[in-house]
Design a protein around this ligand. Structure first.
Ligand SMILES: [Zn+2]
Length: 94
């Protein structure tokens, strides 16, 4: 009888522990942490001119002058762009 009671208690505890992460993640999901963390990652770091092979900061005045067909937004970092033969703009110095 005593062992049965103990087993029952353990299974209840396992059930409770098993359920615990679900309300926790549900509670965390609508909060800002996943969305605010994701936003800066999605934001384009550089604007590329695929013809002149230059890259600019999105705030650069030249970035807005690149023709739509030559403009490419990139989330790659500086080193990756340099490896792709892109050179940093001398004006915005990305
Ligand atoms: Zn620039």
């Amino acid at each position: 009888m005593k062992i049965k009671h103990l087993l029952f208690l353990i299974s209840v505890m396992v059930l409770l522990n098993g359920c615990a992460p679900t309300p926790l993640t549900v509670e965390l999901y609508p909060t800002t942490s996943p969305s605010t963390n994701a936003t800066p990652v999605i934001v384009d770091r550089y604007v590329l001119n695929t013809i002149s092979k230059k890259f600019h900061l999105p705030s650069c005045r030249w970035a807005n002058k690149i023709k739509e067909e030559n403009r490419k937004l990139s989330t790659a970092d500086r080193e990756e762009l340099l490896a792709e033969q892109y050179s940093p703009c001398g004006d915005c110095k990305p």
